[in-house]
Design a protein around this ligand. Structure first.
Ligand SMILES: Cc1cc2nc3c(=O)[nH]c(=O)nc-3n(C[C@H](O)[C@H](O)[C@H](O)COP(=O)(O)OP(=O)(O)OC[C@H]3O[C@@H](n4cnc5c(N)ncnc54)[C@H](O)[C@@H]3O)c2cc1C
Length: 500
């Protein structure tokens, strides 16, 4: 964790000082000091703006504390070092191919034309990436060109660049930071233009701050189960987002006359193993079901006990969209003892933890709600909540096609073993996400807009508050959240925001 003790947080100053700040007129008020808010504030301050940066948490950084921080851009110094040729156009085509042209095209263009410069700026300020990066992809569908990278410490590597620069700007007095302070309302003039914000501190005291422009950079709503479900029509199954991602900016933007869009672009990651059915549940385990890293040995079935996808399809986006069509987005991995003994771990480890061994899966079976086993396939189905007759037919057909060297029902190629040696196992998995696809509508200048398309004067939005669907579309495109959050924040601060 980064030590926040040195931050010159104004919330620790006496109330009278804070009220004095309320008497001042700021060039820019930034709501949220995370992935998007930090570059917005920093670059605007470097242009001479007097910035008030308001953060609800006790420290700056937001989702960068949790994020893998994988980013992508064309024309980076990291590509140059490895002799990789790339262009914004190729980046754009890759994004649109992967998400079936569901990103906002104008904002996707803005991103590809500027992402490389953002990454080069990070590099010039000490950002270092993993040795074998850039790569074409990790965990999601791959780009055609290697432009995807992860910092040595994930999202923290990005925060380590911004934090000292923002602290220096605070010391110079060009940024003033309020911590433990949540924006709860916007101040609007009669003509609808936004003139400032109302902030509530941890003791519930409210102060008004006036500014020439206000930027909503308060993140998404993937820690607010009610709002999330209302906007996406899907429960928030897993608790994985930053706790302050409560959707404040979505509601603030809406209250000023803006509107929310993009919930229908909800996309589901595969393979979450929940603790229980009390949503949102922490992750108990995770099977990425990502064929480029691990070819499947198991079959996947839905609650009917029927297969629904080519498990070794090379596009994880294809598998994710098939999962999205299954009841409750649930999917069960079905396998036998031989598969368990001989296959690489279905639930992989990471640097700090080994993958789940056969012994671990066996010990979880019939102990944990999501893990079942039995010598009889139909009894396994009953224990797992599946249709027993159909599961039996599904397994028989899978085995028969394999043994008789017939084409698989779903054209699956990787079929190392039949499901034949008891005991049989099931693991119940859940489609899930860690970000919100719905967000406040903005135009190509990142101004918050009304349903008529008219802008709300002096109000901008950047980061996940504009909706993951706006940038990443209805898919998980490599880096299409952190990169636009940082890049649009930089562009707002550096160029787009009028400062007088
Ligand atoms: C585990 C995980 C891994 C991820 N990995 C990747 C990845 O590898 N690549 C990728 O592209 N995306 C990834 N994402 C998504 C990406 O990290 C986020 O979409 C992005 O960081 C959000 O940036 P933001 O600035 O919009 O929000 P944040 O970084 O969360 O910043 C918002 C800030 O606003 C503050 N705030 C909230 N409400 C208020 C209020 N009312 N007043 C004042 N402040 C407020 C919050 O406390 C927070 O500090 C990941 C997400 C998670 C959870």
């Amino acid at each position: 964790m980064i030590n926040s003790g040195k931050l010159l947080a104004l919330s620790s100053l006496p109330l009278s000082t804070r009220l004095a700040l309320g008497d001042q007129h700021w060039d820019l008020i930034v709501v949220g000091a995370g992935t998007a808010g930090l570059p917005t504030a920093l670059f605007a301050s470097q242009r001479g703006a007097r910035v008030l940066l308001i953060e609800k948490a006790g420290t700056i950084g937001g989702t960068l504390f949790l994020s893998t921080g994988q980013i992508a851009g064309a024309g980076t110094v990291f590509q140059e070092k490895k002799g990789i040729q790339d262009s914004p156009e190729a980046h754009y085509e890759d994004i649109m191919r992967i998400n079936h042209h569901t990103s906002d095209p104008e904002l996707a263009r803005l991103l590809v034309n500027n992402a490389g410069e953002t990454i080069n700026w990070l590099a010039a300020n000490g950002y270092r990436i993993k040795d074998d990066h850039p790569v074409t992809g990790i965990g999601h569908d791959h780009f055609a060109t290697a432009r995807y990278m992860e910092g040595i410490q994930g999202g923290i590597s990005i925060l380590m660049v911004f934090k000292p620069l923002v602290e220096a700007a605070i010391r110079r007095g060009s940024i003033s930071l309020l911590l433990n302070s949540g924006v709860v309302d916007l101040v609007q003039a009669r003509d609808g233009s936004v003139r400032g914000v109302i902030v509530e501190d941890e003791d519930g005291r409210r102060t008004q701050y006036e500014g020439h422009n206000t930027v909503l950079a308060s993140g998404g709503c993937a820690s607010n189960p009610h709002l999330f479900e209302e906007l996406h029509n899907v429960p928030l199954y897993v608790r994985a987002a930053y706790p302050y991602s409560q959707g404040a900016g979505l509601l603030l933007g809406q209250s000023a006359g803006g509107y929310l869009r993009g919930g229908e672009k909800y996309a589901s990651l595969p393979g979450a193993i929940l603790v229980d059915d009390n949503y949102p549940s922490p992750l108990y385990g995770h099977a990425p079901l990502y064929p480029p890293n691990r070819q499947p040995w198991e079959i996947l079935v839905n609650s009917q006990g029927e297969r629904f996808v080519q498990e070794d399809h090379l596009s994880i986006d294809h598998i994710e969209h098939r999962i999205l069509k299954q009841p409750g987005h649930r999917h069960w991995a079905i396998f036998d003892q031989r598969m368990l003994d001989e296959s690489p771990p279905l639930i992989p480890g990471w640097s700090a933890a080994p993958g789940w061994s056969a012994k671990r899966i066996m010990s979880e079976s019939n102990q944990h709600a999501m893990f079942k086993s039995d010598n009889d396939l139909e009894i396994l189905a009953v224990k797992s909540g599946l249709n027993p007759r159909k599961l039996k037919v599904t397994v028989e057909q899978y085995n028969a096609d394999l043994i008789n060297e017939r084409e698989d029902l779903f054209q699956r190629i990787h079929r190392p073993l039949p499901i034949a040696k008891p005991p049989f196992y099931s693991i119940r998995m859940q489609g899930w996400t860690l970000c919100s696809f719905a967000g406040i509508a903005v135009n190509a200048e990142l101004e918050v807009i009304k349903p008529s398309g008219e802008r709300i004067k002096n109000l901008y939005a950047v980061g996940e508050v504009i909706g993951a669907g706006t940038t990443s579309g209805n898919a998980y495109v490599n880096g299409m959240l952190v990169t636009p959050a940082m890049t649009f924040g930089r562009l707002l601060g550096e160029k787009i925001l009028p400062l007088s």
